[in-house]
Design a protein around this ligand. Structure first.
Ligand code: C2E
Ligand code: MG
Ligand code: MG
Length: 596
């Protein structure tokens, strides 16, 4: 029949032959067990050899070719388990005279066992690992000395395999550190009472995207070596009562035994400083961007909760913080979960498109009072969460790789609407907001293709980039912006005045409009300093040849104030809130009638 193995259900078996659960994936076989069992069954002439380990797993062997192989029945299993627990050698020459193997004993039906013997299996340092048991149908006289020695030898050989298995079951092969299952097993041992608490520390080597990029560039062997180097640094920081675990590809955890108080900030600063020092890994120097997260875990949470997930939210926050470490914060965690949920929902909204809409906000020429352009602004109406602001979902789309899909949707819808207005004889331009992620060599091609599809001249379009994109530009940005300008597309620098303006870069950028940020414009009639700043910016923009647009004009007073500030266009709630596409024609008619 050969070898079988399994994690047997704990407790008293109530069937004759015990059902065996499939071995958990992370549990290994006992290396060499089959060879040991074959030797033992040959030397002792027995029809079943079983190895029972302290974690409840059982491995058994029946020599092949037997017409009626001996089952590992309930009574035999109970005897083997008992042997694995008490750690004493035992021999039952006639099991028919032993209550455990009789009906009403530990099994539910009479056991098929006539003979039973066992030897304890010890691991390193004399730790009891389990028992090696042999059984046969026939009772027999007590084992003679040679047979007894063979059983002891087999048990000692089995102990090598069982030790190796217990090592493999706890150890990450790449770093040699105990792994996640071992971390949870040890954490449970540290928290025997329901309300016991312990601090856990989790260290991420680098943000996931960066770590993945590193694996792609340098390979897995380099990443493993890097994790070993990180583990060494952490171990150099640890005190002897702490244990280190590999709990993820780019993540280790420290379990400080008996640590009921948080680690002092100075110790954590020290850890971060050690981890941030550049590592020379396989001859390639590299700096980690570590995030150290801390969480106080309560024993209750180990039933069903996921403390590692929670502490990872803290280490994630820590990666972007100057300090490099952070204690778990429930609100931050909720925010991250909400963001994740929103990204999933956004991806669905982008594929179905029914929840997204474009609104249009008029831009009015100050001198003539005429509406010369409309800015397209994306709106997301979630069925249960309601309206979600683009200042929330645009950054999420950027992080989640959804930006190109969103921009394609905005371009397509905006241009379809513009084409309809142009067909109705309206003389308008459309400005579209574009993120830094869109700014690649394909942008001009994407826009030109959409313009062709909708029959819209490119000169009717303007793209708005935020100040930081426009200013911190490189060769590629310059190339893309030049190509767009040559095709006749206008370029606006959006939200100007709130970033770090580099006036020299401003001079070199091929932009056509400068949109001064609403936060500066909104209250310039009451804040003299804002007025002074906006006035100088507008003068500068004007002198550099840009069309100066003031955003956030909310009142008639501000509108009046910007009239003598080199302002060409105004946009804001005083003129109009962003409008659904269908409401624009009506608004334009009313606006023309009002004559402002
Ligand atoms: P933005 O491009 O600067 O757009 C102007 C924002 O100011 C809009 O907010 C508009 O509703 C708001 N606003 C207009 N007039 C006033 C005013 O008088 N007072 C005040 N307090 N606010 C005013 P919204 O629609 O929430 O958009 C926020 C930002 O989200 C936009 O700022 C833009 O950066 C981004 N965004 C919106 N739609 C898109 C899009 O389709 N693609 C990209 N990449 N970004 C977009
Ligand atoms: Mg804009
Ligand atoms: Mg703006």
């Amino acid at each position: 029949m050969g070898i079988s193995q399994g994690l047997l259900p704990s407790g008293q078996p109530d069937a004759d032959v015990v059902p065996v659960a499939a071995p958990a994936a992370e549990h290994h076989a006992v290396p060499g067990f089959e060879a040991v069992a074959r030797l033992a069954s040959g030397a002792l002439d027995v029809s079943l050899v079983a190895l029972l380990l302290a974690d409840g797993s059982a491995f058994w062997y029946t020599p092949p070719g037997q017409p009626d192989p001996l089952p590992l029945d309930g009574a035999l299993l109970a005897a083997c388990r008992e042997a694995a627990r008490h750690g004493q050698p035992e021999m039952v020459a006639d099991a028919r005279a032993d209550a455990r193997f009789l009906p009403g004993g530990t099994g539910t039906v009479p056991s098929a066992i006539g003979f039973f013997a066992c030897e304890p299996v010890f691991g390193l340092g004399g730790r009891l690992l389990g028992a090696l048991c042999v059984a046969d149908r026939r009772p027999r006289p007590a084992l003679h000395a040679g047979a007894h020695a063979a059983l002891r030898d087999a048990a000692s050989l089995a102990s090598t395999g069982a030790t190796l298995r217990s090592y493999l079951n706890r150890t990450d092969p790449a770093t040699g550190l105990p792994h996640r299952a071992a971390f949870f097993a040890d954490l449970r041992t540290h928290l025997p009472g329901d309300h016991d608490t312990a601090w856990i520390v989790v260290i991420e080597a680098a943000p996931v995207a960066r770590f993945n990029a590193l694996v792609r560039a340098m390979g897995h062997a380099y990443a493993d070596a890097l994790m070993r180097a990180m583990a060494e640094r952490t171990q150099a920081w640890m005190t002897p009562d702490m244990q280190l675990y590999q709990v993820g590809t780019s993540r280790v955890a420290v379990l400080p035994a008996g640590l009921h108080d948080a680690l002092p900030p100075a110790r954590l600063d020290e850890l971060v400083a050690m981890l941030r020092t550049p590592i020379d890994c396989l001859g390639v120097p590299l700096s980690l961007q570590p995030g150290v997260g801390l969480l106080k875990v309560e024993a209750n949470e180990l039933r069903g909760g996921d403390p590692l997930r929670r502490v990872m939210s803290a280490s994630h926050v820590a990666q972007d913080s100057g300090r490099g470490w952070a204690v778990y914060d429930h609100r931050q965690d909720e925010r991250q979960r909400q963001e994740f949920f929103l990204v999933t929902e956004l991806a669905a909204a982008l594929s179905e498109r029914a929840e997204l809409e474009l609104y249009y906000q008029p831009r009015v020429d100050l001198a003539s009072g005429r509406c010369v352009a409309l800015e397209a602004l994306a709106r997301w109406r979630h069925p249960t969460l309601g309206a979600i602001s683009p200042s929330v979902f645009v950054p999420l789309a950027e992080q989640a790789g959804l930006m190109r899909t969103l921009t394609d949707w905005v371009i397509d819808h905006g241009l379809a609407q513009l084409a309809a207005w142009l067909r109705d004889g309206l003389d308008l331009r459309l400005s579209l907001n574009v993120s830094s992620i869109d700014l690649d060599a394909m942008l001009e091609t994407r826009l030109a293709a959409a313009a062709r599809r909708h029959g819209v001249p490119l000169s009717r379009l303007e793209l708005e980039f935020t100040e930081s994109v426009a200013i911190h530009h490189d060769e590629l940005t310059r190339f893309v912006l030049d190509a767009l300008r040559e095709a006749g597309v206008g370029i606006a620098i959006d939200d100007f005045g709130i970033g770090y303006s580099n006036l020299d870069a401003l001079r070199r950028i091929p932009a056509t409009s400068l949109k001064i940020d609403q936060s500066l414009v909104r209250a310039l009639d009451t804040r003299a300093q804002d007025a002074a700043i906006v006035r100088s910016m507008a003068a500068l923009g004007h002198d550099l040849g840009f069309r100066v647009v003031m955003e956030g004009v909310e009142t008639a007073c501000v509108m009046a104030a910007v009239r003598d500030m080199y302002c060409d266009e105004v946009q804001g709630f005083h003129i109009a809130h962003p409008l659904p596409g269908a409401a624009v024609t009506g608004w334009l008619r009313g606006h023309a009638a009002r004559g402002t």
